[in-house]
Design a protein around this ligand. Structure first.
Ligand code: PGA
Length: 251
């Protein structure tokens, strides 16, 4: 049950490789259900997908999408909300149908009902075919933060200090970063038929090493991916710099 680890030279190559995997999947199944991620890491991948779309190499008209997470407390039109991110970096430039886009909509709603509804929609879509992930420096996937236990389904989460710190770069001040979010759980993520995790830069090297360590721990949520049957990690040299050839998960 080894992870497939692809080490590439640059952020650009990582982005192209990820976009190619998505394009191949959508060509194979035009109504693919994609699990999508936000953050700095997939921005280049979205740019490549838009380029492919402009060149008529990919058609998203039947694709259904589910985003991993959304902050609590930011309206969808807030520049740092993940709704805004997704429209700015992807949806506004391609032909995904508005009705096929799913992002937890948290404004003014009870988190419990948002989470139940999100899980129901994933089930109704018959699950995610291809899930794209980034990885936090603390090993989080989605906003599943390290802890004594992890939640299986979509749930409300208190963000870890490291996450608030890391994401403060997108806000004017640390105090403006929301402290809560709704995120798909590790069960929702592990339910995807295929997972592609992207990692770029030295700051992710330790998180990538622990993800592939041969040990699974709720203290490092990405390590659970070692139990999935079809995970491809695409890492640039910096993010892969602490991986050793004898690493149990990457043979
Ligand atoms: P990043 O975030 O892509 O902005 O580094 C990744 C994550 O926190 O999952």
């Amino acid at each position: 049950m080894a992870m497939d680890i692809v080490i590439v030279d640059s952020y650009k190559s990582m982005s192209i490789k990820a976009a190619e995997i998505i394009a191949e999947q959508v060509r194979k199944k035009n109504d693919t259900v994609l699990g999508l991620a936000t953050g700095s890491t997939p921005e280049g991948m979205y740019a490549c997908l838009i380029e492919m779309y402009d060149e008529k190499k990919i058609d998203f008209s039947a694709v259904v999408t589910f985003n991993l997470d959304e902050y609590i407390g930011l309206p969808p039109d807030h520049p740092q909300s993940y709704h805004h991110y997704m429209h700015r970096h992807f949806f506004d430039h391609v032909n995904v149908k508005a009705g096929n886009i799913n992002i937890p909509h948290c404004e003014g709603r009870d988190p419990g009902s948002i989470c139940r509804e999100y899980e129901r929609k994933i089930r109704e879509a018959e699950g995610i075919d291809l899930q794209i992930l980034g990885i936090g420096t603390n090993g989080h996937i989605g906003f599943n933060e390290p802890g004594e236990y992890l939640y299986t389904g979509t749930h409300l989460v208190e963000l870890a200090e490291e996450t608030i710190e890391a994401n403060s770069r997108f806000f004017d001040s640390r105090g403006e970063v929301p402290e809560q979010a709704v995120t798909m759980g590790v069960g929702s993520i592990m339910g995807a038929a295929r997972i592609v995790l992207l990692a770029s830069g030295e700051s992710k090297a330790e998180a990538v090493r622990k993800m592939c360590s041969g040990k699974v721990s709720t203290g490092h949520p990405a390590s659970l991916l070692q139990l999935h049957r079809a995970v491809t990690v695409i890492a640039d040299r910096e993010a892969a710099s602490l991986l050793k050839n004898n690493n149990p998960a990457c043979q």
